[in-house]
Design a protein around this ligand. Structure first.
Ligand SMILES: [Zn+2]
Length: 393
């Protein structure tokens, strides 16, 4: 089944580099889609032989669907009071995770599933077509398996592409040490691996240090999982270097990273995933986005929507905040699409609009990409296609 999408405004296919013009076409333009896959993107109008099935988006800005490569969306309870306390100047220690673990354990499956589905719905309503969701508010093998299963169940009826990440090494539960929890995370892998695409570690010196993180990630890799690390967020720990050494798909946060780290990443295949929302809220430093782009590192933007620090799975907001911390508008859009797809190991499937890529496409309620910086978090899709299918609601 072939379909054509046409427009007379700006199309950002993201086929160019982040520092360039993103392959931008000023309309008119046409995207030909067959069986959910882009077969051709070209300037100009319809020609003889083009499909009869056509959707015209008029003057709307059109981009690939947004990709959110870092979220923690399955949890129970509410910690908004902690956000207020932190804003009064109380230091964040990461200890609040255990409060969410207890609240999640006390929440029935159907309530957790509905809560997650609501958050995934908010992500789709803001233009996200691919999203990563981590476990990590369970910690025991049984509780982590429960959360990974619920992510799969919540995602199944949705058109959204959902990548699952096993984050048993998110915190140390009562009665455990970092070393014993790391071993428990590794021991659960035979049961967990079939429910996840990636494994992640919250690597901090007094939590899971580089040595424990290495053991966990190597074990995850042996079970076929892609590697991700919460790296150098609160303190500079060597996690970024570990990620590069192990060929991780992504090192995330990077608030304490330096220009030397940026050069190390630029020479690697590891993506730098920066999360401006929590970085701004936690006031513990900002990731060196300018140094990362200038060095030539592959940069992704993510929401980090989670239970304790930053709650909204909105990639238009991440783009707007990304510009506030140093990205150009073009870099921020690129990082929220093509960079984020690379962070998830999906660069051959989503994140740009060229022949052979998934027809995940969003037409926005604005005419220029700069609106994402001027109205952070406020731009909205007027139409969205998931693998060529228009969103039905
Ligand atoms: Zn995170």
């Amino acid at each position: 089944m072939q379909h054509a999408i046409t427009g007379r405004g700006r199309l950002l296919p993201m086929t160019g580099p982040p520092s360039g013009d993103l392959g931008t076409i000023d309309g008119p333009w046409i995207i030909l889609v067959t069986d959910g896959v882009v077969v051709e993107v070209r300037p100009g109008g319809l020609r003889p032989g083009d499909p009869e099935s056509v959707t015209d988006v008029g003057a709307a800005l059109c981009t690939p669907g947004l990709v959110d490569p870092h979220t923690h969306l399955v949890f129970g309870g509410d910690r908004s009071d902690e956000a207020a306390a932190r804003a009064r100047g109380e230091r964040y220690t990461g200890g609040g995770i255990l409060r969410t673990v207890a609240a999640t354990e006390a929440t029935p499956d159907d309530v957790l599933r509905d809560g997650l589905r609501g958050r995934l719905g908010r992500a789709m309503a803001t233009g996200t077509t691919t999203i990563e969701v981590k476990s990590g508010y369970g910690l025991t093998a049984a509780a982590e398996i429960r959360l990974l299963r619920l992510i799969g169940e919540a995602a199944a009826p949705l058109p959204l592409r959902v990548a699952r990440t096993y984050l048993g090494a998110h915190a140390v539960p009562p009665g455990m040490t970092p070393a014993s929890q790391a071993q428990a995370v590794i021991d659960a892998l035979p049961q967990v691996a079939s429910l996840a695409d990636h494994i992640d570690v919250f690597c901090e010196p007094d939590l899971f240090d580089v040595s424990l993180a290495r053991s966990i990630l190597l074990a995850g890799r042996a079970h076929g999982l892609g590697l991700r690390i919460h790296a150098d967020q609160l303190r500079r720990s060597g996690a970024l270097s570990l990620g590069v050494e192990l060929g991780a798909r992504s090192v995330d946060h990077l608030e304490q990273a330096t220009a030397d780290d940026a050069r190390l990443l630029a020479d690697s295949g590891t993506v730098a995933t920066v999360l401006p929302g929590p970085a701004l809220l936690l006031r513990g430093g900002l990731p060196p986005v300018r140094a990362l782009f200038d060095a030539g590192a592959t940069v992704a933007l993510g929401s980090d929507a989670n239970a304790g620090t930053f709650g909204e799975p909105s990639m238009p907001l991440a783009i707007g905040l990304g510009v506030m911390i140093g990205c150009s508008v073009e870099e921020a859009w690129w990082a929220a699409t093509r960079g984020a797809a690379a962070s998830l190991g999906l660069a051959d499937t989503v994140g740009c609009l060229g022949p052979g890529m998934a027809a995940d496409i969003v037409a926005w309620d604005v005419e220029h990409e700069g609106a994402a910086a001027m109205r952070p978090g406020a731009i909205r899709p007027v139409r969205a296609w998931f693998a060529g299918r228009p969103r039905s609601d």
